[in-house]
Design a protein. Sequence first.
Length: 527
Amino acid sequence: MGDRVGMGMLREVRPRSRPVPMTDSISRHCRGEDIIKNEVDDDGGEGESDIPDGGAAIELTKSEERHRRIMGKCGQEQEVDDDVEGYHCRTGSQSECRALLYGHDNAEEDDQISYGNDSDYDSFDDANYVSSLDASVSRMKNKLLLIFCVAVVSIFYSFRDDKASQKTENEEKDVLKKVPYSYKGYKDARIPDDDVAQYGGELFADLYGVGHGIENEDEHDKRSPNQQSISHEHSGVPRIDSLWRQLYGYAEMADPFDAQHELPLFWHVPKTGGNTLQDLLLTCYGMVGANEVGAKYLKSSLEIESLENGIRYVNVDLSSPTGISNAQKMGFGMSEMADVVVTPWLHQAAALFDSDHKGRCFTLLRHPIQRAISLFYHLRDNDPIYNNMTIIEYAKSSRSEENWLVRFLNNEMSGVLDERHLDTAKEVLGSKCLVGLTEEFTHSFYMFDAYFGWSDTEFGGPLPLHDRGACESRILDNPENANPHPTFDEGDEVWNLLMKKNRYDMRLYEHAVHLFHDAQKILGAEE
């Protein structure tokens, strides 16, 4: 009967181009299950054939040798009944059988090969379909992964842009955005350079910290537990409780100036032209001042002292924290004896006032790099420590300024700065002080005049009202103590060194420039 399962019958089957996958019939064959074979004669009658029930011709091999090997490994003829014969795998030969059926010469590797479920491979076309389906699923997974990655990146950039846009909108509530400030547009040979000539080294040691710079720059910022952040009522910028309690004595810039209950206080930032401004107010306008001069006339009670030139001062010393504390105890803030206060101690001087008698802050700010350069030459002429130091050595040392203005407004002269400190400094400046610029000194002075109404006020000084103009011109044309010194431009080594150390002050100064121009528009004091 095996002869009738001749090789001719197998060769009549059209060969396929790929090895035959594991069909249900072959699977059963290799598992030792019977395969029903139809008998088909050469002349079309019935005889033996390797065509399983279902009528589909399956190519088991491409050569007689391969067929013999399959027959030897995978089956033996066995009588089942009179008409049916079947094949089954010998015990222990299933791996070799499968290897032969599927073209694996190394039967030992068969255990490493997954043949899937029998039902998955009913035909060669089914195998192609499954393979194609697997490839489609793989491609779909890759596409979905790509879409997911693109979506994540898009969400990230969208969130970042929204956050940046929100920050910009918040800043625009406080200041009209303009082209970033460049010092080159404000160079002026007549800028007053007069500050603190009469102040000794102790002032700088106190005002600037040890060594006039920042020691221990790596020290971490520390704040006490009671310094809780809250939102400013006008701008929403976070503010620190203890800091704003210190500044409570100053009126808010959002409120109109009340000449009956508020005293103008000039916050004198060193090397910004403060002495020239004092000269205008005390000499030309005849105001009664309260500054460091009163230290020469200290008494147990408050009095107004008149000098030979007719300039008048209250006998208090507001150039030091100790002097401010003594003036507070004497009730200076409520005495209404002075027309203007001048002090470098912004936070401490706020204690002079109460809710019924507020201080109204105004100040002059200067480009941070130019101010640092001017300060160095002043120190070199007045402090032995700096006598033999070059400007380059100064800029590289810890004695040079490092974001002094931002630190001062935060009342934190040491520690690491961050964006929070810059935001707080901007808020203090914008909400508590009317800001002028040293580079725009004349325009700033007339803006202060328009805000406080000085031109229309008779202060009882040595000059009559109609002579003020000539006095102003004389002082503005010849600013007091304008000390000449070498200049440096953007891009110079000194400039770059100081710029690197004062990047927060530079950003704060740009904000101050915007505040200045906005105030000019509101007051109609533009050129």
